[in-house]
Design a protein around this ligand. Structure first.
Ligand SMILES: N[C@@H](CCC(=O)N[C@@H](CS)C(=O)NCC(=O)O)C(=O)O
Length: 216
């Protein structure tokens, strides 16, 4: 078995962070390959890994898998003992729904507050559509945190799962841009920030050279 996860700059690549966290949760051994984004040859290098020309990509003996959600599903199927999705079917259905919503939505939040793990500075003013999306995110977290079939623990469904990996970049953004959260949401966000796998990625992100804001 040979797995290689291709990721982008750790400070900026939110989709790579998601796939990395799921990979860590799977417990599988793998090799990491970092492809710098925003370099002159980035497009060509990314295109050599998958038809999407984006990261993350997981190279496996079953072929190349691209897109964070496809990678998460592949790992969940391949490593069932890791329980990457919640065990309870109703909790799992909710986990899949919130991940899909994160994957395809929250575009205002993503564009006005791009992930920049080195940043510690609020926006001069937060657009109304971003505030509305932050409220929606907190509402989704609340739904998960209150789910009756949730196991014990401080993550969305108790034990860390794919759902936490999908929201980790949002946790990072809210922290970087100094967004104040309701108490329960802040407790959850703090748990993600203390997650050892998240901390390891953050430490690497903090070592990276900063790019000019215009190139991100
Ligand atoms: N839907 C994709 C999004 C992947 C994506 O947009 N990745 C960014 C980095 S975070 C990328 O590769 N950008 C390079 C480019 O667009 O040229 C996923 O879930 O993996």
């Amino acid at each position: 078995m040979s797995l290689t996860l291709v990721v982008g700059n750790k400070n900026y690549s939110s989709w790579s962070l998601r796939a990395y966290l799921v990979m860590q949760l799977s417990g599988a051994s793998y090799r990491e390959q970092l492809e710098p984004l925003y370099a002159a040859d980035s497009a060509a290098r990314l295109a050599s890994h998958s038809p999407s020309a984006k990261v993350p990509v997981l190279h496996s003996e079953h072929g190349s898998i691209w897109d964070s959600l496809a990678i998460a599903e592949y790992l969940a199927e391949r490593f069932p003992e890791a329980q990457l999705w919640p065990r309870d079917p109703a909790a799992r259905a909710l986990a899949r729904s919130v991940c899909a919503q994160m994957h395809s939505g929250f575009t205002a939040l993503r564009s006005h507050m791009p992930m920049d793990m080195q940043r510690q500075q609020p926006l001069a003013s937060v657009p109304a559509e971003v505030c509305a999306e932050i409220e929606q995110v907190c509402g989704l977290w609340q739904l998960c945190l209150q789910h009756p079939a949730r196991s014990a623990g401080e993550f969305l469904f108790g034990a860390p799962s794919i759902a936490d990996a999908f929201f980790a970049p949002v946790v990072s953004r809210l922290h970087s841009y100094g967004v104040a959260l309701p108490a329960a949401a802040e407790r959850y966000a703090a748990s993600v920030r203390q997650w050892p796998a998240y901390q390891a990625w953050l430490a690497a992100a903090q070592q990276e050279a900063q790019l000019a804001a215009s190139s991100v």
